[in-house]
Design a protein around this ligand. Structure first.
Ligand SMILES: Cc1cc2nc3c(=O)[nH]c(=O)nc-3n(C[C@H](O)[C@H](O)[C@H](O)COP(=O)(O)OP(=O)(O)OC[C@H]3O[C@@H](n4cnc5c(N)ncnc54)[C@H](O)[C@@H]3O)c2cc1C
Ligand code: FES
Length: 515
């Protein structure tokens, strides 16, 4: 059975584009490169490798872009969201320069793919604006501007961002950023993959990736793909057990799409440095019998630690209030969706050889909120490694790196992991299953253990062990997406316990009623 999209809410992209679907794996295969995961990372990597003449298979247990790719806001930017002054502190001036170079190359690569494959995906070059709190944050703004210039990022300090409805105060302007409709882009790349002879299989869950000669990928249905190289592009890696997962943390981020009159907000990418922060862009719309033209103002933010938000409606409400105050001409809220991002502790993704596997397994994880560019430079880097070419970014993104200067961040997240284990001894969220409403879930204490209980729309009760199948942290219920989420390393499961996202590869353990 095909895994569903990674949550119940609907993004603007999924609502306005269609992607092809391919049948599941039906026999054993051999190929040169097997790619696990058909989000932007897997699809871009397949494209670059196929262009090199490699024979490629992509396998995914859900639809194409059914993971976080379908939930993005698709800012394409080289303005690293952790800030360049921090990247410079953690990785040195040369590290910051290489990071900037990889981000900029990623934007150029997306643009080149759009042109080469003639993809109609609203790709647009535009300015980005990073807004700091006037007075309070001016030193930080100047520090960031200096760090950007040293890293080779073009930046200008300007008096205000070009919002007509409110004065942001002094901010940074970054030319040559970009945006697109992610699913229209991927539809175009997938069309190119078909022409290049890449085989795609949907609906096939991978439960083992083992390096070697050959490397092997095994599916839950009992089929094996033997490949010279494997790229694990599952957002959160499913091939290493802890190496990268101990160095990144899962966060849930929320988005609203507000209908506004065309042209009332100038085209641009906008980010602020508030806590919680916000990210903004526009998408032009033309819909209905009268071809009604309007803009959707896409506003994201309000991030919370994964698995810990019991009241996601509150997050949407905060976003709405924040937006209405600044953009009073909002006519209606058309979209609300959320997704998960993996925050690496030292601001950079983990791309390259899997540190825990034998040879020939490559990973790309730790995207932060920068997955469009991270996916693309990861595709370039992993393609170079597979082709046996040197790549100047390889050391910077090496998944086995330890960044001592970011150790404080590692410790902070370690406290959250410890808290998830303490949950074993705390009471359940409800005292009895009777308290759970239809189509809702909760954690319930059962003697010494905890149960994850979902009551479906018909009132039938589905019980699972609340221990995540990765490393046994206690999971939490997301009432909006109807998913179980693990706060430790970001594994996610649907209401019926089927695994949606790694590092876990097994479903939640079912618990039968005692006789
Ligand atoms: C709300 C939101 C806003 C964002 N905004 C931006 C933005 O503006 N700009 C930006 O650059 N980034 C943004 N990001 C981040 C970006 O969207 C992601 O980092 C990126 O889409 C991840 O792509 P991916 O291909 O690595 O992972 P995914 O798209 O999650 O793809 C992974 C695939 O692997 C498959 N898979 C997983 N496990 C298995 C298994 N065991 N067997 C088989 N298949 C498996 C999944 O089904 C999935 O299709 C945002 C993210 C969110 C959630
Ligand atoms: S994701 Fe690691 S314990 Fe759940």
């Amino acid at each position: 059975m095909m895994k569903p999209q990674s949550g119940k809410t609907l993004s603007i992209w999924v609502d306005t584009a269609e992607l092809p679907e391919y049948p599941p794996l039906d026999k054993d295969y051999q190929c040169e490169v097997c790619i696990v995961g058909a989000g932007i990372t897997g699809i871009t990597t397949a494209y670059l490798l196929a262009k090199e003449g490699k024979q490629v298979i992509i396998i995914d247990d859900g639809p194409i872009a059914g993971g976080e790719t379908g939930r993005t806001t698709a800012h394409i930017t080289n303005v690293i969201d952790d800030r360049y002054y921090k990247i410079e502190f953690w990785h040195g001036e040369e590290g910051a320069r290489l990071a900037a170079d990889s981000q900029t190359k990623a934007i150029e690569t997306i643009e080149a793919i759009v042109e080469d494959e003639k993809i109609d995906c609203d790709f647009t070059r535009l300015n980005g604006y990073l807004i700091f709190k006037p007075d309070e944050q001016e030193d930080t703004l100047k520090e960031e501007a200096d760090a950007c210039r040293k890293a080779g990022i073009d930046v200008e300090i300007i008096d205000k961002a070009p919002f007509p409805s409110f004065d942001t105060g002094i901010c940074l302007k970054f030319p040559n950023q970009a945006q697109f409709h992610i699913l229209k882009y991927l539809a175009g790349v997938v069309k190119a993959l078909d022409k290049l002879g890449v085989k795609i299989f949907n609906g096939s869950h991978v439960n083992s990736v083992k390096g070697g000669n050959p490397a092997t990928v095994k599916t839950k249905d009992g089929f094996t793909i033997k490949a010279q190289d494997v790229v694990v592009a599952t957002n959160s890696s499913i091939s290493d057990y802890l190496a990268t997962h101990a160095k990144q943390a899962p966060y849930r981020t929320y988005v609203i799409g507000a209908k506004i009159p065309t042209g009332s907000v100038p085209l641009g990418l906008y980010w602020d440095d508030e806590d919680p922060y916000h990210y903004i862009r526009l998408q032009k719309m033309e819909r209905g019998d009268n071809e009604d033209k309007y803009d959707i103002l896409i506003i994201g933010g309000e991030d919370t630690k994964a698995g810990k938000e019991e009241f996601p409606d509150e997050r949407y409400k905060c976003l709405e209030e924040w937006a209405m105050e600044r953009f009073p001409f909002i006519e209606s809220i058309e979209y609300k969706w959320s997704g998960q991002v993996m925050e690496p502790m030292d601001g950079l993704s983990f791309t390259g050889k899997d540190p825990e596997n034998e040879e020939h397994v490559y990973i790309a994880t730790g995207d932060s909120g920068m997955g469009m560019t991270h996916a693309t430079y990861s595709a370039i880097l992993n393609t170079d490694l597979i082709m046996g070419r040197e790549n100047q970014w390889a050391k910077l993104y090496d998944p086995k790196r330890k960044t001592l200067k970011a150790a404080g961040e590692f410790l902070k997240e370690g406290v959250d992991v410890a808290e998830a284990f303490i949950s074993y001894v705390t009471p359940g969220e409800v005292d009895s299953i009777d308290e759970i409403a239809a189509d809702d879930g909760a954690i319930v204490r059962d003697g010494l253990s905890k149960l994850a209980v979902y009551k479906d729309k018909h009132g039938a009760v589905h019980k699972f062990s609340a221990a995540c199948t990765h490393l046994k942290c206690i999971i939490g219920w997301n009432p909006k997406e109807k998913t179980w989420e693990c706060p430790c390393h970001g594994s996610r499961f649907d209401a019926l316990g089927n695994v949606l996202n790694g590092p876990a590869i097994k479903n939640l353990e079912k618990v039968k009623d005692k006789d």
